[in-house]
Write a protein that binds this ligand. Structure first.
Ligand code: HEC
Length: 195
């Protein structure tokens, strides 16, 4: 009895020592990956960034979410790739920087919007709270097709709407820092596979 009680106590002591260590380990891993995501984001942005007055940590994370996870370029850049730079044709990828995220791709009756900063520096002409509301609720802030639906179509807002406030803020901060661009000539979405 006595020996097993001592064993139990020893096991508890070991556990008590081990728990804070593994917690610290976890935190360290999370910090590392957050920093790596921020640095990766800053490295992979296909366009130069205007960082004046911006939070570089948010810009980096936002670039990571947009360019490594969000696939915004697939639908909001028309066409997404430069001539000879289409990875779907086995070519080394070259993103269409000139029209990056400037919209103009057609999905049936719906056309992706220009989400680069407007003359006032607002991405898609939206304040952060308007942007956040659009992504969380899907309600089209511009009401461009009320006869079809008040909600944004094709745009994966039901997925992005699950992101944390911090992540949405980061995406917005990144969009604030990219250059304004005008859309390429409207083209059907399929063009990105066949050009
Ligand atoms: C599958 C294609 C697709 C993807 C991927 C996509 N979008 Fe969209 N997005 C659209 C389309 C199409 C519209 C316009 C929808 C409509 O007219 O109903 C739109 C609209 C928007 C709007 C509304 C703009 C305005 O002026 O009101 C915002 C903001 C937006 N997208 C941001 C993003 C961001 C940020 C990403 C990446 C994280 C993204 N989109 C990824 C297709 C897409």
């Amino acid at each position: 009895m006595k020996t097993s009680a001592i064993k139990l106590l020893a096991a508890l002591c070991l556990l008590a020592l081990a728990v804070p260590q593994s917690k610290a380990e976890d935190n360290r891993k999370r910090d590392d990956s957050e920093i790596n995501r921020i640095l990766t984001g800053l490295r992979i942005s296909p366009v130069g960034l205007n960082l004046r007055g911006k939070n570089i940590v948010l810009v980096g994370l936002g670039s990571y979410l947009v360019n490594a996870g969000g696939a915004c370029n697939d639908c909001h850049t028309n066409p997404p790739f430069q001539e000879g730079g289409n990875p779907f044709q086995g070519q080394p990828e070259k993103i269409n920087k000139e029209h990056f995220l400037a919209g103009g791709m057609m999905f049936g009756p719906f056309v992706s919007r220009n989400i680069t900063p407007d003359a006032n520096g607002l991405p898609a002409g939206l304040t952060y709270s308007q942007f956040k509301k659009a992504i969380r609720t899907g309600v089209d802030p511009d009401q461009l097709h009320p006869e079809i639906s008040p909600l944004l179509q094709v745009m994966p807002w039901p997925i992005y709407g699950r992101l944390s406030d911090h992540d949405l803020r980061a995406i917005y901060e990144y969009l604030r820092s990219i250059p304004h661009a005008e859309p390429g000539a409207p083209a059907p979405a399929a063009a990105r596979q066949t050009q």
